[in-house]
Design a protein around this ligand. Structure first.
Ligand code: ANZ
Ligand code: ZN
Length: 833
């Protein structure tokens, strides 16, 4: 920033300004979005809603500052903008805090929400306060239940027993997505497995669409997020192959991405925790059965990540059974091991140690044969070392060997040929596999949406009819909320005991609650009509406002939340409730706010308190600092930024409005031409810069305009010049994107009202014709031509213009060009070859 005068706090008093405008906005509600009869085009700008786990922190302050730039920009551009907020208010943080303090999660949650709401208003977020929603309120979760019953009817919600991720600390199941590096996402406890009957949403039904839909988001979503979602869905193509097992009637299926290596299979491996392994082991001798049982016990506690790690020593038990290779009749020993997962593919593999590293490690550990079936070469065409000797599997392309009819084929040809062969023989077929699993949504915790199912001895699982929704959570009072492996709701016997909605017999309520990611999977549609008591949202409202034009939030939600919301949207589309399949047309991920190089935390002692920053520097300065810190995707280190500098700049901007002496409405045409050109250029560029998320550049440009205007007042056109008023008004309008209090105060000193609703003045293009500079075109250092160019011309454009001049072309003749040195805007020197 250029030099600024000393902070004039006697005049620019941000405390007084905040106190002046907050009650005015509270009364005027400038951001109540138009509902009916509003002819303006619509924009839906959405910030990810917060957990009410305490007061707002620096991370919220960044996210809302940036989201506000976008929302306020579209308002000022003349759009009918929907920019709502609410609270993701169910979930473990509230429940655990409540357990620790022996209080009711509802009261704790409501208190935090009230506090956050006050802070958001103080922070001047441009939210529509008429549309606030809270997911822990029955009028919201009623519709979770309603959607659940629709999903249940369509087979998209179902219950099944399976091995699930279990957090021994939180005493609850976790979705695969909530296990990070083998640890519980919430508490970092190592996750174990447990066999339980649980509720699932059938996300896999939409696996292909979830994957293919990502392509339509390219360019509008960060590449990184698209890549993470792709990996998570993890579609792979290969083949299912049937292997006969000696002494068993049924063959087994295995999934492989490399059917071309079928002749190189030297053993089979089944997941030790699969049903097949248990069945095969049951027939083995006593010693093997005992070894198997011991091994299984040990594996139970292992995480998926560990099991798949290539670093670990391989372990396993020979089951004393054999399979038969369908292509060559070879007998293959069957082993049980942990490195094969029970719930991927078919939970069993053919092992090809020469071409798969984990199989090779296992073969080495168990002294099993290795057979090369692909001749793989390095880049120079040299043969790679034999895997059996080197211990390194060759996994690349190559030519088939030792493979009967496939010999001599390249890998891709061999894959096609063997699939055709297996198809014809009825022993295999092409197959697609996904890493994506169905979404486990039931939780054995209190603070969530009760699953709206009644279990009846005669009728089975019966959904609660619409007219009996919501199934309201029983009061926490009297219940022991401590995690104990069974839902705390089970103890609420009056609540649990009910009658079957179908046959009227005595029946029991389901006692699990829904994963809170259910709440956030469709909340953006509830904002359209948050008090609707007939439906989760109105189909016509959805047509009018959705999908979301711009979603803003942290990259931490790159997989879970966004994937689930996309799944819900597709399911709702198939129920005829929305007419689109992708909920978020564009996504901006803001970075994190750090302190001294690391994430802020109390224990690390580097926590910066938002409330203290606001008290010391003012809301506007903090918001401006967030926007000015750098590209929004980058992390901000609070140690490297200067909210004090921001406050000084705001004072300087504010004084422009104070100094203007012309009357509102004065015609600027007669004003200082250079200042007018600068003002209109800034006005035009800033709008484009906002739309490409370069908020920091917008701030820099406004700073420049403030300096130029100050100069005009002090030593140029003077405070009465109409161009000075025009410039000060544009500064106020642009500043209202980032510093709404200062902007409103300036606007009012300039004789107007409601800066946030003031639309951008029209850009006068005729003012943008800049004066030109003369550019010298040299060839080998000799002046050959001259060009008249704009002072801001880009290097590439100038290079092309210079190369095209007559003088340059004549001097270069047929010689090629070795180098062009561009010093925009004044000089281009061409060096011919
Ligand atoms: C034989 C083979 C030969 C394989 C070779 C690879 C290389 P993606 O791409 O992730 O789908 N696999 C199959 N089911 C498995 C399970 N339940 N647990 C662990 N591994 C399993 O991976 C598919 C490959 O992973 C399959 O292809 C199989 O090993 C293994 F040179 O089969 B392959
Ligand atoms: Zn019944």
């Amino acid at each position: 920033m250029t030099e600024t005068p000393a902070f004039d706090d006697a005049r620019y008093d941000f405390h007084a300004i905040e106190e002046r405008w907050l009650p005015v906005w509270e009364e005027r509600q400038p951001f109540r979005s138009g509902r009916e009869n509003d002819a303006r085009p619509t924009k839906y700008v959405l910030d990810m809603f917060p957990y009410p786990s305490g007061d707002l922190h620096m991370g919220h302050a960044e996210a809302y500052a940036l989201g506000d730039v976008i929302a306020r920009h579209w308002v000022q551009k003349g759009f009918n903008v929907l920019h709502p907020i609410g609270w993701d208010s169910f979930g473990l943080p509230a429940e655990n805090a409540a357990i620790k303090r022996g209080i009711d999660p509802a009261g704790w949650t409501e208190d935090n929400i009230a506090q956050q709401l006050r802070s958001m208003k103080r922070y001047a977020c441009s939210f529509d306060w008429d549309r606030v929603l809270m997911t822990h309120r029955p009028d919201y979760y009623r519709w979770n239940q309603w959607i659940f019953t629709r999903m249940f009817e369509k087979g998209l919600a179902y219950r099944k027993p399976s091995q699930v991720n279990w957090c021994p600390n939180d005493q609850t199941v976790l979705a695969n997505e909530q296990v990070v590096g083998g640890l519980c996402e919430r508490c970092d406890t190592p996750v174990t497995k447990k066999k339980l009957t649980q509720w699932y949403f059938k996300v896999t039904e939409y696996a292909d669409e979830l994957l293919d839909g990502l392509e339509t988001l390219r360019g509008a979503w960060p590449d990184k997020v698209i890549a993470m979602q792709r990996n998570w869905i993890g579609r792979s193509t290969g083949a299912d192959v049937k292997f006969r097992i000696e002494g068993r009637d049924e063959p087994i299926d295995i999934y492989t991405t490399r059917p071309d290596t079928l002749h190189g299979a030297t053993f089979m491996v089944v997941a030790v925790d699969s049903e097949l392994a248990a069945e095969l082991a049951a027939d083995a001798d006593e010693e093997t059965r005992a070894a198997f049982a011991t091994y299984l016990e040990k594996v139970r506690g292992e995480s998926e990540i560990d099991r798949l790690s290539t670093e670990r020593e391989k372990t396993g038990v020979f089951l004393q059974r054999h399979a038969v290779n369908p292509v060559n009749g070879e007998r293959l020993p069957i082993w049980a091991s942990d490195y094969v997962l029970a719930d991927y593919g078919h939970g069993a593999i053919m092992a090809v140690p020469a071409h798969d590293q984990r199989d090779l490690d296992f073969a080495k550990a168990m002294d099993l044969p290795v057979r090369t079936v692909l001749d793989c070469r390095d880049e120079d065409g040299a043969e790679l070392p034999d895997p059996a000797e080197s211990g390194v599997a060759t996994t690349g392309d190559g030519t088939l060997v030792n493979s009967g009819s496939l010999d001599g084929l390249a890998k891709a040809e061999a894959i096609a040929a063997i699939i055709a062969e297996l198809d014809a023989a009825g022993t295999g077929a092409e197959a697609v596999n996904y890493r994506l699993r169905d979404w486990l949504i039931s939780r054995q915790r209190y603070w969530g949406t009760p699953i709206p199912i009644v279990h009846c001895d005669d009728c089975g699982e019966v959904p609660v009819p619409d007219d009996q929704l919501p199934v309201v959570l029983p009061p926490a009072e009297g219940l022991d909320l401590k995690p104990k492996g069974q839902s705390p709701l089970a103890a609420a016997t009056d609540w649990v005991n009910t009658t079957c909605p179908r046959c009227g017999a005595a029946a029991l309520r389901d006692t699990d609650t829904m994963d809170t990611f259910v709440d956030s999977s469709w909340y953006f549609l509830r904002y359209l009509d948050p008090t609707n008591t007939d439906a989760p949202f109105d189909v016509e409202d959805a047509k009018r406002w959705a999908p979301i034009d711009q979603y803003v939030g942290g990259v931490t939600h790159a997989i879970l939340h966004l994937l689930y919301a996309r799944f819900f949207t597709k399911a709702l589309r198939d129920m005829g409730m929305v007419d689109f399949g992708e909920p978020f047309s564009a996504l901006l991920n803001q970075g994190m706010v750090q302190m001294d190089g690391s994430a802020m935390s109390k224990s690390r002692g580097n926590l910066v308190r938002l409330s203290e920053q606001l008290d010391e520097f003012g809301v506007d300065a903090v918001r401006l600092t967030m926007a000015f810190a750098g590209p929004p995707e980058d992390d901000i280190d609070w140690a490297d930024v200067s909210p004090a500098g921001s406050a000084k700049f705001l004072a300087r901007a504010w004084r422009l409005a104070r100094d203007v002496t012309s009357e509102p409405g004065v015609d600027p045409a007669a004003g200082d031409a250079a200042l007018r050109a600068h003002t209109h250029r800034t006005l035009k560029d800033s709008q484009e810069l906002v739309e490409s998320f370069r908020f920091n550049v917008v701030v820099a440009r406004v700073m420049e305009l403030v300096n130029v205007t100050r100069k005009a007042i002090d030593s140029g056109a003077g405070p009465a010049d109409p161009a000075v008023r025009e410039a000060a008004e544009v500064v106020a309008i642009l500043l209202s994107l980032v510093a709404p209090y200062c902007a409103e105060d300036m606007w009012s000193m300039l004789g107007h009202e409601d800066v946030a609703l003031a639309t951008y003045p029209a850009v006068d293009e005729s003012l943008l014709v800049e004066e030109t500079v003369t550019c010298i075109v040299q060839v080998k250092g000799k002046v050959r031509d001259r060009l008249e160019v704009a002072p801001g011309i880009g290097e590439d454009e100038l290079r092309e213009l210079a190369l095209a001049t007559d003088g340059a072309r004549r001097a270069i003749g047929d010689a090629g060009i070795r180098a062009v040195i561009v010093r925009a805007p004044k000089l281009v020197n061409i060096v011919p070859a």
